[in-house]
Every structure is written in C-alpha cells, then in structure tokens.
Write a protein that binds this ligand. Structure first.
Ligand code: UT7
Length: 341
C-alpha cells in the first residue's frame, strides 16, 4: 500500500501588492524588503473572501485535475468530491474563531458528503502536519481511500499594517492536494517519511494574542482590537535556521537518502535568507530550494501546497522524483515530508 498525491490545486487572489505599493503608505522600501527577505510582492484577498473561499477554489482545482487523469472514474468535480473520505485543512486564519472548522465549511460547499473534516493549527507547518494526519488516518482504516489536504490563509486580515517588521512578510492564498491510497509499493511511490516537531516554549515568538480564552474580547471591543500577528522576528529567524537544518538531516536519516538523491526541496516560503543560512550550514546551495516567495510572500500553511501545485502544473515533476518539504512556524512547530512523485 502507498499513499500518493494524485492531484494538486491552488488559489491566489488577483490583487497584487508590490513592495513599491506598500512603500506608498508605510515607512519601508523595495530594496530593504528584497534584500532582507527575497519578497517582491504578495497577493491580497478582497474583503468578501474568507479562508474557506480560497480553500474551496484550490480544492476544486485539485479535483478538476484528478478527473482528467488516466483511469479516473469520476466525470465531474461533484462526483470526485463524493469519493473523499476526509478533508484536513491547515490554517491560522480560519473563517471563524474556534468553531465551526473551516474544513467543515469547505466540505459542505464542495458537496463532499462522505468526508469527515477538521482543521489543523500548526502555523506555517500546518500543511506538513495535515499531510501526516491524513496519511495516518488513511492507513488506519482499510475502507478509507481518499483525502483532501489543504493549506489556506487570509493573513492580510490579521496583520498590523503599521508594523513594518511583520506586515511586509505575508500574503494570502491556498493550496490543496488530493491523496489516494493505492496498491503500489510503498517505497516506490507516495509519502515515504515525515518528521513532526514542536517547541511550545517559543509560543510567544509568533502569536495572535487577543480573542482566545486567555485574552477574550469583552463586549464592544472586538472591532477596536482585532487579533493581529505579533512576531519576534529574530527569535523566529534563529529557530527557523536551526529547524530547517535539523529537519533535513532527520528526514534523510529516516528515509536512508542523501541530499543528492532529492530532486526538489520545497521549503516553507518565509524568507530567502533563512534558507540561504540553513543551506550554508549543510553545504546545500541556495538554488536547490524551490522558491516562489518573490511573488506570493509568506502564505503560512498554504505556501508548500501552492509551490507543489506550481511545480506540478508547470510540468516540472517527473514520476519517481523525490520531493522534500521543510516547514516551520508558530507554535513553535517544524517538520517535513519525503514524497516520491
Ligand atoms: O513563517 C514564519 C514567519 N516569520 C518569519 O519568517 C520571520 C523570521 N524573521 C525574519 O525574517 C527577519 O527577522 C525579518 C525580515 C523580520 C527582519 O529582518 P532583520 O534583519 O532581523 O531586521 P531587524 O528586525 O533587526 O531590523 C533591522 C532594521 C531596523 O532598523 P534600526 O533599528 O536598525 O534602525 C528596523 O527598524 O531594519 C528596520 N526595518 C525595516 N526597514 C524598512 C524592519 N523592517 C523594515 C521594513 N522596511 N519593512
């Protein structure tokens, strides 16, 4: 038995905000942002779009791809949606605080009546956590065959747009993958290994403080104080460099691979400098990391599935390619997957 990625999808809002656009209202400039992060632009959802809307679009794209593939039995997206056993959605910016889950909203709109659905809160590592959760839940019950794993974020709504140290980093978007349990040999196709880690002692480094049970809104003050992302940039930076390095080492050890056997390293798209620093420590040239943060900035849990879809639709992935994902983020959390395409 193998658990394979059958299809991918993504949703990127059409409104593009370049560094120069930002510099019109904020004390920043294109040169600083590019040299400190590698980011040139980000895409921002319009006011009527919520996290589930982007997730739904990415999910539909993935199912639309699946029904055009050789051997596909379903003819429509609606038929394909009925084959789903679960929807797992990683996000830090859900439609609603607490409940219902954004995954349940997507399940309804997609018409995935046979799927159970839940959100995963693991910051920017949400997709990696979600993928491993889906793999385990598929493997556990013989009758389960298909899972949709989504990362979706509307970070622009939870950013302090006056805080130049954080607001320049983030963007909106969603990515989705359709996972399927097949009879192929496990070592030859699909998810080969996963590392998941957490260090809650760093919870304060990346936090949306207000609105939860620790700092609940009082009647009347919700509009005055929407929860915003507070970040200790240097703290996250140091954690990220260390965790990227350690995750790569552990993934290679777990799967008995060398870095030269890996065709694609898809990191969480946070900051080019983080990857350059981790790469330098390990002797991995920066060019080996696939990056699209220039255009989309940091879309948190969505960044890895967006990158996967970009590579997939761009025809860059060949059967048998070994893909490594590496992520880190709020929690603090970190982890990665090895996937044989
Ligand atoms: O998914 C995880 C999400 N979080 C991250 O990935 C964050 C990780 N951390 C980082 O990427 C980096 O720490 C940042 C990019 C956030 C900041 O880079 P830095 O090199 O650590 O800059 P800094 O915070 O030490 O600031 C250096 C200077 C300061 O000016 P002074 O005090 O030296 O005069 C800042 O005020 O740069 C200034 N600065 C800016 N200037 C123009 C900070 N942000 C900006 C900005 N534009 N946007």
């Amino acid at each position: 038995m193998a658990i394979e990625i059958r299809a991918t999808g993504r949703a990127i809002p059409s409104t593009r905000l370049s560094n120069d656009d930002l510099a019109k209202t904020l004390d920043t400039n294109d040169e600083w942002i590019r040299s400190h992060t590698g980011i040139k632009a980000r895409h921002i959802a319009d006011a009527s779009t919520a996290c589930s809307d982007l997730a739904l679009e990415a999910a539909r794209q993935a199912l639309a791809m699946a029904i055009t593939q050789e051997g596909a039995q379903e003819k429509t997206i609606a038929d394909a949606a009925l084959t789903l056993d679960m929807i797992i959605l990683g996000t830090a910016t859900p439609d609603y605080h607490g409940c219902p889950s954004t995954a349940c909203i997507v399940q309804d709109k997609l018409g995935a009546r046979n799927a159970f659905a839940m959100d995963i809160t693991a910051g920017c590592t949400g997709f990696i956590y979600g993928l491993e959760t889906a793999v385990a839940l598929l493997a556990h019950v013989p009758s389960r065959k298909r899972a949709l794993v989504i990362g979706s974020e509307i970070l622009s709504r939870f950013i302090d747009w006056n805080d130049r140290k954080s607001c320049v980093l983030f963007g909106d978007g969603a990515g989705a993958v359709l996972l399927e349990k097949t009879s192929n040999e496990p070592k030859k196709r699909g998810i080969l290994g996963t590392i998941l880690e957490a260090d809650g002692s760093g919870a304060e480094y990346l936090i949306m403080r207000q609105g939860g049970s620790r700092h609940a809104f009082k009647a009347g003050d919700a509009i005055k104080a929407p929860p915003v992302i507070e970040m200790n940039g240097q703290g996250v930076y140091n954690f990220a460099v260390k965790s990227v390095t350690e995750t790569i080492e552990k993934l290679l050890a777990e799967t008995n691979l060398t870095i030269d056997e890996v065709h694609w390293i898809i990191p969480h798209q946070a900051n080019r400098r983080i990857l350059a620093a981790a790469g330098k420590r390990m002797g991995i040239p920066e060019e080996r990391f696939f990056l699209n943060l220039e255009e989309y900035a940091n879309t948190s849990a969505a960044s890895i599935p967006i990158a996967l879809d970009e590579l997939n639709r761009g025809g860059k992935l060949q059967k048998g390619d070994i893909i490594m994902t590496v992520g880190f983020g709020a929690g603090l959390t970190s982890g990665g997957n090895i996937i044989v395409w």
